[in-house]
Design a protein around this ligand. Structure first.
Ligand code: UD1
Length: 335
């Protein structure tokens, strides 16, 4: 059984990926500093898979701890989720974002280099494309200057990995996520936003649950059919499965170049108003909302061309927006 290190494995995407890894028979060891996750996610993972992953509460910025960890564990591959991810916060606290997201990445790669561990999966984001000229967005679309320090950590992260692959013979895949949403079918794990949600789906579900008064829709004057912005919302379980496909590609040496990157989305764009309508349908209730000004930094439309991931990873998103929103709503009701 191959032992896979999952950093940030108790977070939203990390926990769903741990479940899929264990379902496939991988042995999982999690490192998480619990800065944006809860320890009892471990119990939920155990309930879903009947296996408790090994867990170490460590901070990846603590180089000595990480070195000791690698001394004691024989790791076949690393899936690196642990990072700060709030776009707005990153604008006010850029150094925290660079320190956390970049330092932890560099330390991990250094350990991998020293110990000849050569399979690395990185959480990247469609944010690297900014507002792409052409839709759907292919991996050939140029990387645009980042709109936020958070986005910049993803771009710099990809560059650091590409150069490390070149220099040290590490193999890596960056997955450029579109908008991950939803919760596991068991409704035992899901998204746990800190404070007031910045992202659309948790804001919608909290509004429907009466925690928030109404949803503010940021702008209805975009050049889209209904005037609201378009995104590619992907079910987190589909996204988790893309990590397994990427890992198996690396472990099987099926990668074509040392560093590869793939879009991970559904290929289908949905506007904010379409998401609201779909949510109202699955939850069978009206969602109070009001139209407000555009949010600074938001783009008009982004959805993925998924051909590369479909062909090379032999992976495809299977779940619909309805299924994703229903699972997010069920999850909210358990909170
Ligand atoms: C944001 C980040 C992206 C990050 C992703 C997941 C930006 C520019 N991008 O994507 O880098 O990877 O989150 O964390 O911030 N909306 C509302 N009302 C709300 C919240 C959102 O109308 O209360 C709208 C937004 O304007 C947008 C859409 O819903 O059109 C999706 O927003 P959100 O869920 O925040 O994701 P992104 O902004 O696409």
């Amino acid at each position: 059984m191959k032992k896979i290190l999952v950093t940030g494995g108790l977070g939203f995407i990390g926990s769903h990926t741990v479940v899929e890894l264990q379902n496939r028979g991988f042995q999982v060891v999690i490192i998480d500093n619990l800065s944006n996750s809860k320890r009892d996610v471990l119990d939920r993972i155990t309930e879903i898979t009947t296996v408790t992953p090994e867990f170490h509460q460590l901070d990846l910025r603590n180089r000595k701890d990480i070195c000791t960890f690698f001394d004691k564990n024989k790791i076949a591959g690393v899936i690196h989720f642990a990072a700060y991810k709030a776009v707005g916060e990153s604008v006010h606290q850029p150094l925290d974002y660079y320190e956390n997201n970049i330092t932890s990445l560099v330390y991990l790669l250094q350990e991998m280099k020293t110990r000849n561990i050569d399979n690395f999966i990185f959480s990247s984001s469609c944010t690297v494309y900014g507002q792409a000229e052409e839709l759907p967005i292919t991996e050939d679309a140029p990387v645009k200057p980042a709109e936020s320090p958070y986005g910049n950590t993803k771009q710099i992260g990809e560059e650091i990995i590409a150069e490390s692959c070149e220099a040290y013979g590490i193999k890596a895949i960056a997955l450029r996520y579109f908008n991950p949403i939803g919760a596991h079918d068991s409704i035992k794990i899901g998204e746990l936003p800190l404070g007031i949600p910045q992202n659309l789906i948790p804001y919608i579900t909290q509004t429907a649950a009466g925690i928030r008064k109404e949803l503010s829709i940021y702008g209805n004057d975009y050049p889209t059919p209904d005037g609201t912005a378009i995104r590619d919302y992907i079910h987190v379980v589909d996204l988790a499965k893309a990590h397994i496909a990427a890992l198996e590609r690396l472990l099987g040496n099926k990668n074509q170049t040392p560093f590869e990157f793939f879009n991970v989305g559904t290929g289908i764009g949905a506007s904010v108003l379409e998401v609201v309508a779909c949510f109202e349908k699955v939850s069978r209730q009206k969602l109070p909302y009001t139209i407000v000004e555009r949010r600074t930094g938001d783009i008009t439309a982004a959805y993925a061309d998924t051909n590369k991931a479909n062909k090379e990873l032999d992976w495809k998103a299977e779940k619909t927006l309805e299924e994703a929103l229903l699972s997010a709503w069920k999850w909210q009701q358990t909170q």
